[in-house]
Design a protein around this ligand. Structure first.
Ligand SMILES: [Zn+2]
Length: 486
């Protein structure tokens, strides 16, 4: 899209477009005056720096972002913007960098209520002794909604504007995230075993597709097909999901190759490794978001690259559960798209994308014994445009470009922790923390101002949410006491 700038000298005609108006007389270089047409827009954001992500590593100094009807209509030097645009709302962020909103490519928002409930336990004990008993006793639409609201507040205040979620009752997650103005890619979860939410894989898919229908008119809600993992979903269901993905044009979001045990079990049960099985069933394609992908042999890295698949790298969860470290530098070198996710708060325990992308960059270097791999611009791209591509949203979000929707965050770089400042992108990745994110916009809506969620400007929603969280905590404790006694 071209710039909307219009400038005229001695303009006398009528203007039929009410978004353009003659604003003022300005002296020209010959001492005469020229009348300038100003473009009316909704919002004009001036920032000390803008990091648009495209082109990679670009840093625009003293630039402005012009926004109208939720979309970016111009990115230009602030001095020019002041001459060209008249905004309903104009703000200046003198010490901030504005970047695209962070896109969390894999989380289980509702599990925020299970934060810290089973730390320092190996994966199977974590699942069998803590997570599964709690989920079977407590899961309901209310649990999911309250947990997802807790996660939404944490994500928004840490600069996450889009979350790709996978959990039971996706309808409750969507309602919770949308109540704070967030963008969500909701997973249509499929798993073979029954829960209170659904009786079998077909029932999960039916309910998830009904949720998709229910939110069809909300442009900030998209969906993925989310078979939980190869070890919890049967061949027949995976085949059906491959067909559905084509028919409905949806990404496929699934945990894969998280642990060595999962691979050994697949070899014993199916005679092949999980990725090979998924490939035979038509799942490994440009639609696939392979979550974790910790244990990959060279052939599997090539397969993901050839098929155009994405990996959602969740380094904190992989470390905390002792699963291992995904070969991110080798994946990126092979051409596999890398996105970043936090996983759920039960295995992280933060839902903090800035912390996650910093960890991803550091781990990649440590594993490769090469400080140049997965550099700061690549890490930031993974947490924005990379994830947007994986989710099929890259034409709408992921970078600050004309025509894209205005999902933006402002990070204050004036604090003790972020000074002195030699390289803006490095500072975002290696020094800044979520406490430095002050403002957030989603589709042009200002949803966080000075760290306060504007959907809850009087703080009452947070107060009642914290009361609910306390009640869920008591119920979780009770369930664990009962299950230990049994
Ligand atoms: Zn997960």
């Amino acid at each position: 899209m071209q710039s909307l700038s219009v400038e005229a000298t001695n303009f006398d005609g009528d203007l039929t477009c009410n978004r353009v108006s003659v604003c003022c007389n300005r002296a020209d270089s010959r001492g005469g005056s020229k009348r300038v047409l100003m473009i009316d827009i909704d919002t004009l954001l001036h920032a000390r720096w803008v990091v648009p992500v495209v082109p990679r590593a670009a840093v625009l100094e003293r630039h402005a972002i012009a926004i109208t009807r939720g979309s970016i209509v111009d990115v230009l030097p602030s001095a020019e913007a002041a001459q060209r645009y008249r905004a309903t709302e104009e703000q200046t962020f003198e010490t901030h960098v504005v970047t695209p909103g962070l896109v969390n490519c894999h989380t289980h928002s509702a599990m925020a209520l299970l934060r810290g409930v089973g730390d320092d336990l190996p994966l199977m004990r974590w699942l069998k002794d803590r997570i599964w008993p709690l989920e079977s006793a407590l899961i309901s639409a209310e649990f999911v909604h309250d947990g997802a609201q807790l996660a939404a507040l944490e994500m928004l205040r840490s600069g996450t504007t889009t979350a790709s979620d996978m959990y039971f009752y996706p309808e409750a997650t969507v309602r919770a995230l949308r109540s704070f103005g967030m963008r969500v890619a909701a997973g249509i979860i499929a798993i073979e075993f029954p829960t209170i939410y659904a009786s079998d894989a077909e029932d999960y898919l039916r309910k998830g597709l009904a949720t998709r229908d229910a939110f069809r008119s909300d442009p900030l809600v998209s969906f993925t097909l989310a078979p939980h993992a190869p070890y919890t979903v049967a061949d027949q269901t995976l085949r059906r999901i491959a067909v559905l993905a084509e028919e409905l044009d949806l990404p496929i979001h699934t945990h894969v190759h998280e642990t060595d045990d999962e691979i050994a079990e697949s070899v014993a049960t199916h005679g092949c490794r999980p990725l090979e099985r998924l490939d035979r069933l038509g799942i490994v394609s440009e639609r696939l978001i392979a979550v974790h992908a910790v244990h990959l042999n060279p052939h599997e890295i090539q397969l993901l690259a050839q098929r155009g698949s994405s990996v959602a790298h969740c380094p904190a969860s992989n470390l905390k559960l002792g699963s291992g470290i995904a070969p991110i530098a080798r994946l990126a070198a092979a051409g596999v798209r890398v996105a970043i996710g936090t996983d759920g708060a039960a295995s992280n325990n933060r839902i903090d994308m800035l912390a996650e992308l910093r960890l991803a960059a550091l781990l990649a270097k440590g594993v490769a014994h090469d400080a140049s791999v997965f550099n700061a611009p690549e890490a930031l791209e993974s947490a924005t445009l990379g994830a947007a591509c994986a989710l099929g949203l890259d034409r709408r979000i992921g970078s600050i470009e004309i025509g894209k929707e205005a999902d933006l965050i402002a990070i204050d770089l004036a604090s003790v922790e972020t000074q002195p400042l030699y390289d803006v992108v490095s500072q975002i990745v290696y020094a800044a923390g979520r406490e430095h994110v002050t403002d957030v916009w989603i589709a042009g809506n200002h949803v966080v101002r000075k760290r306060q969620a504007l959907a809850d400007s009087d703080g009452l929603l947070e107060k009642s949410l914290m009361a609910s969280v306390g009640a869920w905590q008591n119920r979780c404790r009770q369930v664990l006491l009962t299950s230990r006694a049994a």
